[in-house]
Design a protein around this ligand. Sequence first.
Ligand code: ARG
Length: 459
Amino acid sequence: MSNKAWGGRFQQQPEEWVDAFNASIDFDQTLLDEDIQGSIAHATMLAHQNIISEEEKNAIVKGLKDIQADFYNHNIEFKHALEDIHLNIEHELIQRIGDPGGKLHTGRSRNDQVATDLHLYVKKQVIEIQALIRSFQESILTLAKSHVETIMPGYTHLQRAQPISFAHHIMTYFWMLERDYTRFADSLKRIDISPLGAAALSGTTHPIDRHKTQELLGFEYIYENSLDAVSDRDYIIETLHNISLTMTHLSRFAEEIIFWSTDEAKFITLSDAFSTGSSIMPQKKNPDMAELIRGKVGRTTGHLMSMLVTLKGLPLAYNKDLQEDKEGLFDSVRTIKGSLRIFEGMLNTLTVNTNRLNETVHQDFSNATELADYLVDKNVPFRTAHEIVGKIVFECIQQGIYLLDVPFEHYQELNDKIEEDVYDYLKPENCLNRRKSYGSTGQDAVRHQLNVAENILKQ
Ligand code: ARG
């Protein structure tokens, strides 16, 4: 006699090591709450449709809730031989309540059951990820608000380019995260769909009401096609993508944090509470949290690739390959939630070395474009101005000085259109002040940007 829920047509049992390979219970117990929620909705609908009695439904619901409580009290032992969370729970239920437990699976299959669990899980997780993104955006905005006037070198090619506001720089990440937030929000349209009642692949002959379970589970939409309902994993791929892209954004920001905290830059100082030391070099304070976030994008991107390949060429409808959809998803969800929390903590506790930042822009040529623009204002064609300033920069490099150190007589020799006011013009804060174009780094434009951001968060 087989120990399997599907044992009837079998003469032989798989050995334990075969069961272990087949089983998903070691990881799909993550879906216990969703599985019970889905089963309660299904049983409620079965009773509503007079497929099972009210008493049977009550016994099922009570049994499932007891199992849930016992799980959290560590009083349930799952078995590989029972494969997955669905069969383990069903087996436990039948052990506890007998025949009514055996009626729960009427008009349903594990194929629509697992799909239901996953839809519920992904929906819940996406909403939680969105909340963490919002919270991180708040922290970025708060830090930006106190650094509108903090000037730092803006880079291209990791070479000093033009002075910018620190607030402007970090707000770039606010906007990346805003796109991530709305991308997750949009994806809910394709996540918030009920597959329950699609059964194995073709629907069922029992008089079930799919709209009833849809309503009970709070799904906004319902699958129109039973085969699609059980074989769709697009929403998992989409979520893995959205997670990967957000992680990619975090990794870019992490890289900047790492660079800014080097002895070479000293733009910021990380809190000790978000740093680690070296077991050999006593002086070391390492940005491990930022490095881990930068590194973890490897696994989230890997999980996305893995799922894309798993789905490729997969025929309809359910195939066991689909069991491979879980571990990567769970890991990606854990990874992004952890990364968002850690990054926010790191950002909230770091010190921006304002003096050092302001000092750096006095020791570079990031105001060279300004000098060219100054000449353009005096009617010199931009190309000529570019050439003149290039020569001045070259001379300065040879003498080890910067544009603000060039004596006035020398400026006059180089071009008589350069007047005394050039020194004021070239001051980094004035370089910013003059930038009035929409979305630019000028103080007024940045203040406007912060207002727009604040309004988004208020909505
Ligand atoms: N553990 C399975 C999975 O995660 C549940 C569905 C099994 N369905 C089946 N027909 N074997 O995909």
